[in-house]
Design a binder for this molecule. Sequence first.
Ligand SMILES: [Zn+2]
Ligand SMILES: [Zn+2]
Length: 282
Amino acid sequence: MVSYHVVRALSRCRTDEQRLLLVLDFQDGALSALWESFNMLATGTVSTLQAYDSGAYQSVRVCDNMECGRLCRRNEIKRCSSCHQANYCSARCQSIDWHVNGHRAICPRLRPLPLAEHPLLSARDGSFLRALIHHLHEARIVAWCMQKVHFMYMYPGVPFYVLCDYTRGGAIMAAHACTELPRDAACPSAAQWEDQVARMGRSGGRMDIVVVLVASGTRKVRHVVALRTNSSVLNDALARTATSLSPGLDRATVESVVRNRIDEALQERRARGEHKSEWEYL
Ligand SMILES: [Zn+2]
Ligand SMILES: [Zn+2]
């Protein structure tokens, strides 16, 4: 239920403002609960589609010189004319990324790949997927932060991504080390993955890599979405929280200890207005 066209079709099935599809009276209680959870999932996804269709999710570009990382409108940014994968706000940033940050080395390996990082998705499906992930990040921000803090606590300094597994209905989130990405999928390519991980490292906490796992027929397909912001304040607070914990705690204890600190960090984030505007997606 991450494809624009599937969700569009679902939205046509709504019976009133709140409910989707038919209210079916299953004799089987378990089936009824399953149907209800599907309805809830569909209702949430359709509301994201409505926000997307109304233009609430403006696609912006982010400068890929990570030391800059400026959020720009699409017409303010230039793409690397060779690989079409990297975006820059200025010739200076492009030059720094080419000469200092190593784009010169990886650019030829990115070049033969398709433009889109979502080769099995149309441009609109790709952009809707990014809107969904952006929405998920905001709607489940506490759980998202919890995953990050727990991973930082367990594996200090190890780069990680957040897996959003949609193959069993709603998104199930979990943090994984970047080295654990199985190589059995064409997307992303090894070079694209290496490039994203290196950029995340240089971002200083202003970028999360999100791997979206979806079912496509009998296959499972991965799509990579980079969530970027121009502030590392929230990430820094999470990292400080992780390093302040005493060693050897189990997951439940970590979660109970850090819950208040995450709430405080999110309150500060709200006070800065960051939740409204700064998180954007590629
Ligand atoms: Zn390039
Ligand atoms: Zn820049």
